[in-house]
Design a protein around this ligand. Structure first.
Ligand SMILES: [Zn+2]
Length: 123
């Protein structure tokens, strides 16, 4: 019971932290959008999230919340980052797709991945 509360608090804190990071990335990328230049992909934001996911994996956070929850949380983060902050799903998930069983092209959950892409995204 106590462990469950601690775990819930932990996951909540983690989400708050990730929201902060995504907000930070947003504030970094906004000036380039406002200048009206070409909307280049937010590479630094993507690489930063890639490193953050690496930390979550290295520190056993993903193992603690389990594969299904990890896929759910990471998919939501990548969706927000790419949809709102112009990050690149392939860059964010590079090196993470195989253990997450997650296609970076369409976020399908599958073990049939080649270079991070599922069968239908490859064809
Ligand atoms: Zn796919």
């Amino acid at each position: 019971m106590l462990w469950k509360i601690i775990e819930t608090e932990f996951i909540f804190s983690l989400c708050v932290l990730l929201c902060g990071i995504i907000q930070l990335i947003g504030s970094i990328s906004v000036p380039s959008i406002e200048t009206g230049g070409d909307l280049m992909s937010n590479h630094s934001g993507s690489r930063m999230l890639n490193d953050v996911i690496q930390v979550l994996n290295d520190e056993e956070v993903l193992n603690t919340i389990g594969l299904q929850k990890s896929q759910q949380v990471i998919t939501q983060i990548v969706d927000i980052a790419s949809r709102i902050y112009d990050c690149n799903p392939g860059e964010i998930l590079e090196g993470h797709t195989d253990y997450l069983n997650l296609c970076y092209g369409c976020f399908t959950i599958t073990t049939n991945l080649d270079n991070g892409l599922c069968n239908s995204c490859r064809s």
